[in-house]
Design a protein around this ligand. Structure first.
Ligand SMILES: [Zn+2]
Length: 414
């Protein structure tokens, strides 16, 4: 169950140096590293309002329409998660409630370069906007001409993000954590990235800023039985394998015939893929595992805690009930994992590397905090005061006890 390619130890010094440089030298360091890693050192790190407004002209109508449909579904799904707490009277006269407050400023990191992840701009930007974060900034690496993906700029404009910076990599994470002359520091950083970005997020999260999730290479587990279509399964495994050479995909089944069928289909479908090399490398890390029965399959699945889990068995609804550790679950033959990556509405930022044992994927809570409030009447305090005092004294915290007794003393503030 160990994931491949997770030895980040050697990166740490390298990444720490860039972060320290950006923290002390600001924009100059950001430019230096952008030049070194992206081949472009922008005079103007910030993308102008005009660039954002005109970006739409370079996005095809078909892509715009697809973006808008995805936006609608993601918006609908996340809006329903907005927390509306009620006031609870825990004892007579003791009223307690929770209030959800947006995190003030958030920084969204959107990988760019050869494959700009425009879907990530939607997955991070929409909940941030619904939450009501006061400042939403976006960092994305430019190409060597300094150009930022028009589709990402179009989305930034559509969602009304406040500021966009043409900065990527470790220097972007460092800038959003520590702030520079141009880039403001934020309270929380979101977004995926390569191992350098991931390491940078880990380092800044220790003492400077909150981050979304411990993120690692992408994963998919498919649970299937002999009735499943091998061609569909092969397409799902390849769709996840093409994310990166360190992605891992698993097929868990009790049917050896299915394994043979999927192997054949993978060979056929792999041939036609532009990212064949990446997918092949990732398949090296991947496994098809024959287990005795569904009980074993579900035990393995829950122990592995995959980021994405597809269940295509005849009784998938029944097995779905048994899932306790997974980031996002896809049920039945017509629910490919790509649907959740792009357009069905759920978030695609999910826990990897077994973190699904204890973490949820991104949701509205990730962009908000819950504050608790309470208001107690004099009678209410009389009702619970005795217990507070006894508990405080049991901990030998006399002043705590006194804060109650002084209020309940006869003749005081009547
Ligand atoms: Zn995917």
């Amino acid at each position: 169950m160990k994931r491949p390619g997770l030895n980040y130890q050697s990166l740490e010094d390298q990444v720490q140096k860039i972060i320290s440089d950006v923290a002390t030298k600001g924009d100059a360091a950001v430019r230096k590293y952008s030049k070194a890693f992206d081949g472009y050192s922008a005079d103007k790190l910030e993308v102008t309002k005009e660039e954002i407004e005109t970006a739409g002209a370079e996005v095809s109508p078909a892509l715009k329409k697809a973006i808008q449909e995805a936006q609608r579904n993601i918006q609908t799904f996340h809006e329903k998660q907005v927390f509306r707490g009620e006031t609870i009277e825990t004892s007579a006269g003791v009223r307690c409630w929770q209030k959800q407050i947006p995190i003030c400023s958030v920084g969204l990191y959107i990988p760019g370069g050869s494959a700009p992840l425009l879907s990530t701009a939607l997955m991070l930007g929409i909940p941030a906007k619904i939450a009501g974060c006061r400042e939403i900034i976006l960092c994305t690496p430019p190409d060597s001409q300094g150009r930022v993906s028009p589709a990402i700029l179009y989305i930034a404009g559509m969602l009304g993000m406040d500021r966009v910076f043409r900065v990527g990599g470790v220097q972007a994470i460092a800038a959003m954590a520590h702030g520079t002359e141009t880039i403001p520091p934020v309270n929380k950083i979101f977004g995926p990235g390569n191992q350098y970005v991931t390491m940078a997020k880990q380092i800044v999260s220790r003492d400077t800023v909150a981050i979304d999730l411990p993120a690692g290479p992408s994963e998919l587990a498919v649970v299937a039985d002999s009735a499943a279509n091998p061609a569909y399964i092969a397409s799902d495994l390849l769709s996840q394998a093409e994310h990166g050479p360190d992605s891992q995909v698993l097929l868990l089944t009790d049917s050896i015939t299915l394994i043979d069928g999927v192997k054949r289909e993978i060979q056929v479908q792999l041939e036609g893929l532009p990212r064949k090399k990446i997918a092949s490398e990732s398949l090296e890390n991947s496994k098809m595992i024959l287990l005795k029965n569904q009980e074993e399959i579900m035990a393995f699945t829950n122990a592995y805690a995959p980021e994405h889990l597809i269940i295509v068995t005849e009784n998938y609804a029944e097995l779905a009930e048994q899932v306790i550790n997974a980031g996002s679950v896809f049920l039945g033959p017509y629910t490919p994992e790509s649907a959740g990556d792009y357009a069905s509405g759920t978030n695609h930022t999910l826990p990897t590397n077994g973190w699904a044992h204890s973490y949820s994927g991104l949701n509205m809570e990730s962009f908000t905090k819950k504050l608790t409030f309470q208001e107690i009447s004099k009678d209410g305090l009389a009702n619970i005061g005795e217990s507070i005092m006894i508990l405080a004294e049991a901990e030998q915290l006399q002043a705590h006890s006194a804060a109650v007794s002084i209020r309940l003393k006869k003749g005081n503030n009547d």
